[in-house]
Ligand binder design. Sequence first.
Ligand code: SF4
Length: 379
Amino acid sequence: MADQDLLAGALRFRDPATARLMTALLTRLVREIGRAPVSVMHVCGSHEQAIAKYGLRAVFPRELDVIMGPGCPVCVTDMPEVDEAVALAQQGPRILTYGDMLRVPGSAKSLADAKAEGASVDVVYSVAQAVRIARESDEQCVFFASGFETTAIATAAVIEAGPPVNFSVLSAHKYIPPVMEIVAEMPETRVEGFLAAGHAATVTGWGIFERFVQRHEMPVVVAGFEPLDILAGLVRLVELIRDRRAEVANMYPRCVTREGNRNAQRLLWRVFKPTGGRWRGIAHVPNGNLRLRDEYAHLDARKRFRIDLERLWDLAPPSLAQSCICGEIMAGVASPNACPLFGRQCVPENPVGACMVSSEGTCRIWHEYGGHLDLGARE
Ligand code: SF4
């Protein structure tokens, strides 16, 4: 394919004239519902990044509230999970993890604090790199694994391939579909429909949302990440809400099928089992955590090491983090500017809560792009 064709393909998803048409359609559909606000939630940091980066909130109709839910994997990693990694780092093993995880606050300290105090903590760009480091080392190397099912598959592949004996995994991987149930069942929820993340659905398939839709009588639309993907997804979602149709729609058919990637799903579930556990600030999420199956207990850092959390917790100082409202933000019942620390004590260079750490965190995105944009362009 010629470069111009490739470029034309890319531009089709960012065409201003089409975006204006879609925005007008979205506005008409929202107004046909005849009440405000109409509230929908996306569960993906990449969606929020695209919305902020392309200024889409400035063109959304005023009556439409597009809420970011618990879609940032770094943000939902619970404090005790960070504490386990910090405690292990202090006990001796070398911790290898993705960059954002370094600054996520735990109860007493972050991994960055532990590293500053002399613990062996290093950033890796992939789990495969963590395995390479372990192969070249005599130390016990623990990969502190975070991320949703899309990332967990890479961890599963490495585990199944047989890593070196000095390698183990401290899994903080999460599974998205169960947390949508929690948000839908919250008494204070305003959510009337979900925009589901296209990359996760590429793996799971859109069929995974059918039971959710039946149970909660709420539509789900799978959407991609270009500006027109998001606008098209919202148009379809609002249309389904207007028509009171609880169904799944796939607006990302160039990547997502009903069945998804069966090989990836089989790999994921051969290595991991879903277990109940807390997501930071939200709640206990049944089946929301991914933990290693018993067959891989020898690679499970929780089983290989005795992790001394009590000693760490005894040292936990009173912290500003107690005022953090990340949980309410991720549940969609508050916005970052409702937090008294937002942009004051809590900034990306000195985050108090996890939502200010990752480039996929709501507070970080709002801080970076100037908050909830209202440029006066909305009618
Ligand atoms: Fe938490 Fe900081 Fe966001 Fe406030 S601004 S909710 S402290 S991350």
